[in-house]
Ligand binder design. Structure first.
Ligand code: ASP
Length: 351
């Protein structure tokens, strides 16, 4: 146990994660000044980045890129973001999403049901209302007024299987969110990724940050939140300054992991403020992780995952997380959609 809990100092790009060309990856420095660029949480970011890149590489706006990008994940039936995701403990899928543009405008929805693209509803909240956040039935009503369709309330086969498994014990306890390893969701409330019927693993949140050719920043975040959560529970993802923050003068950050800890630390706002003080994106993410760990105490920090990615105004990127197992995808002219392993503090979740 002590060994697994060893504090780890990683190399400049973290350990492993070489999915594509090693040379390309070697050429990429986290401090490369490059735009346009998109950076996205988890391996699901690879597919989402492809769509975002279509917008960015043709001179489009970062805002359009971060919306179109995460819509790919929301509509994937093989994914835990969107309507195919794990339900709450009453068996209902409820979704949270937020979006921010280069003007500091923000929109979000929380606990919305039966809507395929919460991120697009969040954008409509931002653009078509004087508000930032709509929740529950009101958010759904607003979506319908904006032309969104009501989808059937039916669990995906993977979610149904996970839910039935969870019902056997109904144990309400978050587990560390890592890609693979010992923490399969054995009847626990799951921050851990869902194991899909095709054997893949998938995550319940996607966060995306982009800088466009004009140097403007935007960000998006969309999630089903915590699997088998208490009905009405809302995480960090739709909360501006917690799950997502963009300041076009400085940079942007987005989070994944145990939302309650991110909320209590105003995690992404904190990262942008660290970058304002001159921290690199990675150093800012690390400082925010350390702030969270300090607040929760080290013992508790060995039981949860929080992970951040950040992008600054120069196009520099970075990430940091509590537990080994978090990765993120980057796409730019120099980086052809590569997956990187994040640096981390602990290795508890890894077998
Ligand atoms: N941050 C999300 C939440 O707490 C969950 C996740 O990222 O896995 O709702």
């Amino acid at each position: 146990m002590m060994q697994r809990r060893k504090f780890l100092q990683m190399g400049s790009l973290g350990a492993g994660g070489f999915l594509f060309s090693k040379n390309l990856k070697a050429n990429f420095k986290n401090n490369a000044v490059t735009k346009p660029l998109v950076i996205t949480t988890w391996n699901t970011g690879i597919d989402a980045n492809v769509e975002a890149w279509k917008v960015l590489s043709t001179g489009g706006r970062a805002l359009d890129a971060v919306e179109k990008g995460v819509m790919v994940t929301e509509s994937s039936i093989n994914c835990c973001v969107g309507l195919g995701a794990n339900p709450d403990r009453d068996g209902i899928v409820t979704l949270d999403a937020s979006i921010m543009d280069e003007h500091g405008n923000a929109g979000a929805v929380a606990a919305i049901e039966r809507i395929k693209h919460p991120i697009s509803v969040a954008r409509k909240v931002m653009e078509n209302t004087p508000h930032v956040l709509l929740v529950g039935a009101g958010a759904q009503e607003f979506a319908l007024s904006q032309g969104f369709q009501l989808e059937p309330q039916k669990l995906s086969p993977d979610a149904e299987a996970e839910y039935k498994k969870w019902l056997k014990t109904s144990k309400y306890q978050p587990v560390i969110n890592i890609e693979k390893g010992k923490n399969e969701t054995k009847g626990q409330t799951a921050f851990a990724p869902m194991k899909l019927s095709n054997g893949d693993w998938n995550h319940d949140t996607i966060g995306m940050l982009a800088i466009d050719v004009n140097g403007n920043l935007s960000g998006s975040c969309t999630t089903s939140g915590m699997g088998f959560k208490v009905r009405g529970r809302v995480g960090d993802s739709p909360l501006i300054g917690a799950g997502l923050y963009v300041d076009n003068e400085i940079g942007a950050a987005v989070s994944t992991g145990l939302g309650e800890e991110v909320i209590k630390s105003a995690g992404t706002f904190l990262i942008v403020e660290f970058m304002r003080q001159g921290y690199s994106p990675e150093a800012a993410c690390k400082a925010a992780v350390e702030r969270i760990v300090k607040r929760t105490g080290v013992a508790k920090a060995h039981t949860y995952q929080v992970a951040f990615i950040a992008l600054n105004k120069k196009g520099e990127t970075g990430a940091f997380c509590v537990q080994k197992g978090f990765n993120y995808a980057v796409y730019s002219n120099e980086i052809n959609n590569l997956l990187f392993d994040s640096k981390y503090l602990y290795t508890d979740g890894v077998s």
